[in-house]
Design a protein around this ligand. Structure first.
Ligand code: ZN
Ligand code: ZN
Length: 332
């Protein structure tokens, strides 16, 4: 019996007749989190964590039929028992657990084990069948502790400010930006935001989150941002908007920054390997702790990682071919 399989619309549960993170319009869609490769347009009915609801309305429009659900709350659809559990990836992100006829399946969505102080911390869910992402499923990916990265970022901002330079940090508007903002040392200077980041912060404020930072507008005076920290999405790179922030130093915050050459390819001064995904060690820890006898790998280095799981742990491991993709530096 298979509770989840992949078809042309997405991850499908036949017994319950619903999808998880589908990429084509379907009737009922369970959504793990608000990143665009998981939450797409056109579903008849969306079910997501309460804190993803304002993100969905911001990105897909207010008229959508959306049902918010709490972590651990139990839903039943056509006899399949469903619950959402913290994935630790971004605010509102969930692993989705399905139980039917005595079998438990778990889809992680995107996740990380290390707590970022902003998202609800990852919780371990035991299961028989474990579908895991493997965005960073190679042994070369071992991220430094978040605290080390936050200190490095603040030290860099401080030294830039002392030289009269502005500091621009590029990080995805949903997830990375809030992680950066929550740990920026506000004694160093003021914080400013690109409009895309401010839009996400405003949406999250509807469910009780507050983050520092002032939106940059046409009226923002250049001397006001001198020495400041400016948080912007990676898409701001090479835009006229960015040029108005001169003189600045610029850094990219992404797990991909751990790769040699990544910083130079992106044309930034610094790279910080701040990620909202599991690194190699965390992926291995999750595999071992869930107790799953069947593993399915998706969203990254599927071939390498499923082979590793088979050989290292003697667990049956297959590949799920999906359209989830954070391979761009923009979103990992
Ligand atoms: Zn994601
Ligand atoms: Zn993703």
């Amino acid at each position: 019996m298979s509770l989840l399989s992949v078809n042309e619309f997405g991850l499908y549960c036949k017994q319950g007749d619903f999808y998880i993170d589908p990429w084509k319009p379907v009737k009922t869609a369970l959504i793990t989190h608000g990143h665009s490769d998981h939450m797409r347009w056109g579903m008849g009915h969306y079910i997501c964590h309460h804190h993803t609801v304002p993100i969905l309305r911001l990105r897909l429009g207010a008229e959508n039929d959306v049902q918010g659900i709490a972590y651990e709350e139990v839903l039943e659809i056509n006899g399949v028992t469903i619950s959402f559990h913290p994935a630790g990836h971004i605010i509102g992100s969930a692993q989705i657990r399905l139980a039917f006829a005595g079998e438990v399946w778990l889809f992680t969505g995107d996740y990380k084990l290390e707590h970022d102080g902003v998202s609800q911390p990852y919780s371990l869910v035991k299961c028989d069948h474990f579908i895991t992402e493997s965005t960073f499923g190679l042994p070369i990916y071992n991220f430094p502790a978040n605290q080390t990265i936050y200190s490095d970022i603040n030290a860099w901002w401080h030294s830039n400010a002392e030289e009269g330079m502005n500091t621009v940090l590029l990080g995805y508007a949903l997830g990375k930006a809030q992680n950066i903002l929550a740990h920026a040392d506000q004694t160093i200077g003021d914080i400013f935001l690109h409009g895309a980041v401010d839009n996400v912060n405003q949406a999250l404020s509807e469910v009780g989150y507050t983050f520092p930072g002032t939106r940059i507008t046409a009226d923002t005076r250049r001397d006001a941002i001198r020495g400041a920290l400016i948080v912007a999405p990676p898409s701001a790179m090479d835009t006229p908007w960015l040029r108005t922030l001169k003189p600045y130093r610029i850094a990219m915050c992404s797990g991909w920054m751990q790769l040699r050459g990544a910083r130079r390819r992106r044309g930034v001064d610094r790279g910080f390997a701040l990620s909202d995904h599991c690194d190699w060690r965390q992926l291995n820890q999750a595999i071992q702790q869930t107790g799953a006898k069947h593993v399915y790998v998706t969203h990254g280095y599927e071939h390498n990682f499923s082979k590793w799981v088979r050989e290292e742990y003697h667990i049956e491991a297959a590949i799920f071919k999906t359209l989830y993709n954070d391979a761009e530096e923009d979103n990992a």
